[in-house]
Design a protein around this ligand. Sequence first.
Ligand SMILES: Nc1nc2c(ncn2[C@@H]2O[C@H](COP(=O)(O)OP(=O)(O)OP(=O)(O)O)[C@@H](O)[C@H]2O)c(=O)[nH]1
Ligand SMILES: [Mg+2]
Length: 359
Amino acid sequence: MNLTEYGWNRFFEIQLQNTLGMPARVTAVHKERYEIVCGHGFTHARLKSAVYYNDCAEAFPTTGDFVLIQHNPGGDSLIVKTLERKTLFSRRDPTPGRGEQAVAANFDYVFIMQSLNHDFNTKRLERYATQAWQSGAVPVAVMTKADLVEDFHEQTRAAAKIARGMEVVAVSVVSKLGLDALVEYLKPGKTIVFLGSSGVGKSSLVNALAGEDIMAVNTIREDDSRGRHTTTHRQLLRLQSGALLIDTPGMRELGMWDVSAGLGEAFADVSEFLGKCRFADCRHESEPGCAVRGAIALGELPAERWQSYLRLQKEAKYSSDRPAALREKKQWHKSIAKQNKQLQKNKARKLPGPFGRED
Ligand SMILES: Nc1nc2c(ncn2[C@@H]2O[C@H](COP(=O)(O)OP(=O)(O)OP(=O)(O)O)[C@@H](O)[C@H]2O)c(=O)[nH]1
Ligand SMILES: [Mg+2]
């Protein structure tokens, strides 16, 4: 088995200097047991506890990670190192207090999947796109089940509007619509991660692109049209074309981890106006010469986009550094109280307000 068939490339090769161990890629994670592929083919592995649990220096591997192993032909191999990741998708761990959870690693494209009949939601698409840009990969909006709606052009237009720079493709595994458009992403050695709510058709699309039923698929619930969480673990698999796909269990909401870098790309239309205000520390609230509020007033920036940007920025800050966010909030309330106090004093003495006029 040649690991280049599983996405191994120079980025990982150069990390081998002065290290011991055989390279392998994680294809699935089952609690403490890992499915891996290495030069000897498919096998299982466990973490070397002295490395992962005692000095906590190594990141816990996730699906798609390249690792170094001590190969054991008679049983489970030992994972001794997680190689630096080219891209990473992480979210807030659903278990409180556990911080960040790595969802998938080392992918080139993120298929953000929503179904056209039930699941389409521009706000959620916006969140996923921000996360995807943050990961360092290229996002593609894949709108599924096109055969179940009469006209989807309004939805694809809405998606394209909020997801600038991201291709939007409507697909159906029933009518085969749009599958051709996805073929350009299925290149040898490239990895694509499929993300989206349960029941949107991630595994169905994996099967359609593979040309065979590899992943289990289940009908959605009739009462509330939700999926049944059929896929229970993240699975990396290789297509005939040489492309690598990571199917994931449905994730409706993403606990945002630090997405500050991704925000800039997902909200390029907003970023354009940032840093152009008269005051460098402008909060874009009531300051004169604010480029953001000016752009909204002139219709150059939709107010909704600005609100989305603020919401995601606040959430990202809160989840990545909660104590700092709370400190900042407290400080902000203090400064408002101080300004109000000054205003009352000035009014009593009939002095101009902070903006050089009677506020
Ligand atoms: N009509 C139609 N049904 C589809 C299409 N794609 C998927 N489905 C159906 O949607 C249901 C859910 O599909 P899955 O592929 O299991 O969905 P999933 O996103 O993998 O769900 P989880 O594994 O629970 O996250 C199944 O009944 C599929 O047959 C499509 O393009 N058209
Ligand atoms: Mg599935």
